[in-house]
Write a protein that binds this ligand. Structure first.
Ligand code: IPE
Ligand code: IPE
Ligand code: MG
Length: 268
């Protein structure tokens, strides 16, 4: 049973937050914005438990609902790319029932998003990053339909990282690079001696997308867990304690404000 304060605090704080949100939104106009934001959407199960739900999937459902808000905020603030980490390769280690229901939820969301008029009005291109072959065929089909229906859109690109792992992404890239070089008939010793970091880039799942400028992780965890491992070398990080399903526009604006205040030097 949640305490009376837990149940009523949102109602009491609502007008205060609305005023604060308006003030931050006004100020945000002048801030330097990230072109690419990555989000590690963490804390769904803790959110469910805090709200007294026995079934943690309720937390995943509430988290999935946030997608529409985030897309709207990114659109309003001129963000060009957003990468959302929805499911890691390590998450396959969770119970069979949680994995099954999560994958079903993604399928529903991919189908729902194609039918959402805002996706078409705002020209959102949807792209999946991760090991697609590990997903059930019906989910693969839903992803492919969402990608096909939005392929020509150029205003905002939404990368959804499902079955994604950072080390696996680099491993897959290297494998494909080596296979291509082998196909050209180049000897391994020659490939090795000429090998450079930039050879990896075109083989990453994010090929063509600039590196993330800002990475947000919710739920108070201070780690990357491999998210965009190769691409995040010069990303700015923002951590907040809010569990993902409770992530508000205020949290998003605070992350943008923190980014505006950062000094990026790239080693110079
Ligand atoms: C993030 O929330 C969603 C996924 C990883 C699928 P979690 O499910 O990790 O929730 P917590 O972090 O255990 O609260
Ligand atoms: C990372 O969260 C993956 C996603 C948010 C999808 P986890 O909850 O799986 O990560 P760890 O285990 O806390 O590092
Ligand atoms: Mg977690």
């Amino acid at each position: 049973m949640r305490s009376l304060w837990n149940r009523t605090k949102h109602v009491i704080k609502r007008p205060l937050y609305a005023a604060y949100e308006r003030r931050l939104t006004g100020k945000a106009r002048a801030w330097r914005k990230p072109e690419h934001i990555g989000i590690i959407m963490d804390g769904n199960r803790r959110f469910a438990r805090e709200f007294g739900y026995d079934d943690v999937v309720r937390g995943h459902e509430a988290g999935a609902e946030k997608l529409h808000d985030v897309l709207g905020w990114c659109h309003d603030f001129g963000v060009r790319y957003v990468t959302l980490w929805a499911f890691s390769l390590d998450n396959f280690k969770r119970s069979e029932s949680e994995v099954k229901r999560l994958l079903q939820l993604f399928e529903e969301k991919f189908r729902e998003i194609v039918g959402d008029p805002r996706v078409h009005q705002n020209q959102v291109r949807i792209h999946n990053i991760g090991r697609m072959a590990m997903l059930p065929p019906t989910l693969q089909q839903a992803i492919k339909s969402a990608e096909d229906a939005t392929r020509e859109y150029t205003k905002l690109q939404l990368n959804v990282a499902v079955a994604y792992g950072g080390r696996e992404e680099v491993t897959d890239a290297l494998k494909r690079y080596l296979a291509d070089e082998a196909e050209k008939g180049r000897p391994l010793a020659e490939v090795a001696s000429e090998f450079q970091a930039s050879h990896i880039d075109p083989y990453l799942y994010t090929n063509g997308v600039p590196d993330p400028d800002l990475i947000i992780r919710t739920s108070g965890e201070l780690r990357m867990s491999g998210f965009l491992l190769w691409q995040s070398v010069y990303s700015e990080y923002y951590f907040c304690d809010t569990f993902w399903p409770a992530f508000r526009k205020i949290d998003f604006l605070r992350a943008l404000r923190a980014f505006d205040l950062r000094q990026r030097r790239y080693g110079k």
